[in-house]
Design a protein around this ligand. Sequence first.
Ligand code: UD1
Length: 420
Amino acid sequence: MDYLSITGPSRLHGEVQISGAKNAALPLIAATLLSDEPCTVENVPQVADIKTLLKLFSKLGSKYIFEEHTLTIDNENITNTVATYDIVKTMRASILVLGPLLARFGRCEVSLPGGCAIGQRPIDLHLKALELMGANIDIKNGYVVATAPEGLKGARIIFDKITVTGSENIIMAAALAKGRSELINVAKEPEVVQLCEVLQEAGVNIEGIGTDELIIEGTEREPLKLSPFSIIPDRIEAGTYLCAAAITYGSVTLHNVRSDHLDAVTAKLHEAGCRIESEGASMTLYPAARLKSFEISTTEYPGFPTDMQAQFMALATQAEGVSIIEERLFENRFMHVSELQRLGASIHLKGHTATLNGPIQLLGADVMATDLRASSALVLAGLAASGTTNVHRIYHLDRGYEALHEKLKMLGAKLERLKE
Ligand code: UD1
């Protein structure tokens, strides 16, 4: 197993290319199951989660070539519609094959994902919506067994809660259903929007893209012809590099970004005293004279993303005054707190709210990565800490950050990737 050994404090400086969004690529690759012709997808990030999904696709009978950042995938001869436990347990997002497999083939089995480090994360809303579309759902031996021999039917679905992958699954299912679906309280994340745009480009009639109400006219199981498309930039990776610049009082320019997807994040960096300038697909963070405390409450897009909560907690350790961070989406997404405390952070945790006092001179220590975004918070803290911080279990980082170690090195960080 690898770990990152970071020597701080350092001041980041320079330019970095942001990769394609993992959370857009996953549903869009799943959406290629709605087609029986080869599809080409550009700007696909080289991260472990994508490779895990492609491993699942191989098992389904899919043929693909993934070179550099271009994926050409052909799902004409899908021979199997079972997503097995060994894959789903390593990546919850495998559940994204449920909607498209069921819609195209009328049957599939997907292992239940189970719990994960950041909470229980049920899929009840995905299943309830598919049942409203006429699917029979059974839970057998830890698998969701879904059938719809006559195909799915359009339905009116009101999501009890806003769910990103739930919305994506049902949008894909509705694209091949018979008739019209009305989806209410749908997630509006940019990744959901891109999925709708790609399906619309393939001829599916979708009204309300970018709002929380969608009307989708299904093709009645007619497979789609997907035009080549390019994955949107990763707003969470971009936000993480902005925080890396901010926490080290450095100045970093990001390329291949969508600044409009980062408004909630840049507003908070602004509050913390940083200056950000955007021009076209680039944005530059200029450091604060002195980082100031801030308050954050995570919520659905366009609000502040839960996937940036941990990185901002690292930043709050260096901000002057009391920062308050409330996590509203996941019940257990504070695994990084005890690790940040090992570096000396002053954090008081009560229920869903963390209160931090800063600034604190962090001191390097051995820390353990627990989930993807918590891990990046530990790396940021390691950049600000004096001495050596070893971040263990970085396979979590490999799931979602392409070449993190190389990109940080190019920005002047002192870090090594080493074997345990
Ligand atoms: C997606 C993102 C993840 C991000 C999260 C919230 C991907 C691959 N992952 O995860 O990075 O942190 O959105 O922005 O895009 N819920 C239910 N029942 C359901 C589904 C969800 O109760 O059937 C609850 C969850 O437990 C959670 C909330 O709804 O409390 C939001 O979860 P959801 O939006 O579904 O997260 P994911 O799609 O799993």
